[in-house]
Design a binder for this molecule. Sequence first.
Ligand SMILES: *Cc1c(COP(=O)(O)O)cnc(C)c1O
Length: 421
Amino acid sequence: MRIETQCLHEGYSPKNGEPRVLPIYQSTTYTYDSTEHIGKLFDLTTDGHMYSRISNPTVAAVEAKIAAMEGGVGALCTTSGQAASLISLLNIMKSGDHFISASTIYGGTINLFAVTLKRFGIECTFVSPDATEEEIQMEFKQNTKAVFGETIANPSMCVFDIEKFANIAHKNNVPLLVDNTFATPYLCRPFEFGADIVIHSTTKYMDGHAVQVGGVIVDSGNFNWGNGKFKEFTEPDESYHGVIYCDTFKNAAYIAKARVQMMRDIGAYPSANAAFLLNLGLETLAVRMERHCRNAEKVAEYLSKSDKIEFVNYPALKTDKYHDLAKKYLPLGCSGVISLSIKGNRENAVKFMDALKLASNEVHVADIRTCVLHPASSTHRQLTDSQLISAGITPGLVRLSIGIENLDDIIEDIEQALQEI
Ligand SMILES: *Cc1c(COP(=O)(O)O)cnc(C)c1O
């Protein structure tokens, strides 16, 4: 199946007389014929649902769909994108470990990496996504366990050179984790370029309708966790009667451990109802992304011609700094998100945003409705000035998330708002 078909048909195929639409299994609990069977579930010697903090049939169908769309061996849904980032890293790191991240990532992820994980004893070094291989190599230490980046950075719209970072990570025997939220598997499948783990905030385009916060972790199945650096995969887990993840789960060891160990203990698993809503969004992902990209390209072209605009970041524009990387990684388009700077001061940016009538002021992005946000005073408010600069955010930067409305209506709205400046 190609991706448009996968959106609709992967993960759930009803048999004779069963519901056409994925059912909501609103049950915390499952029943078994024997105590012995339950014992086997707890020993991980048989498959099956045990408890809805670890798995649930509705969520499992959505996990299978997303794994197929990304081309991975398995996926684990989470209650938010933040939970996906946290669990994806805690699954391979502990106190005393270190990892490297591109500096151009979502503001919430920067807080998680720079402040909260640090309190847990896990240290992060931020590097410019444009750094050379040699410069990045210099940041590796004995205890470095992972490299992290965002396919299209929120909100700087910088395109992450997945292949470059994958090569460096693999030379150092560590995995590359990629946050693929803005691209979605419709625009980019990072595993095809060497990424090992993909995460998403499904709250954005995957849901698409602004109805359900969620996240997901996807495992490519390609990384060798038995290379000696990741002892928790090759030594017995005391919390499961000595299971050895690499032996029992082979190339799905990462995602199996994330579920049966991390999710069991952290408990950030979505409800069946949340997964049902996410599935509805996924069914139309391909058509929505096509429209988001087409509209945003035209809006970006329009904005780049206006004399009231200082700059427009949209990698599909030929003049964009990341255009060559976009051609390689995002041949179908660069999502609906555009960031731009209004000439003059921060007040002009605010005036422009407040004058928009169709586009609403929201703490959200990647929605079917056009919306707008000022990152420096909201999602990235906690960042210091130097963190803001390295995340690619100037004080006047406006994040415009182009929806799937009629293109002329969107442009007319922007036109009248620019006239207010
Ligand atoms: C929103 C976002 C997140 C965080 O996801 P939540 O679902 O809000 O927890 C992570 N990464 C990116 C790129 C995002 O845009």
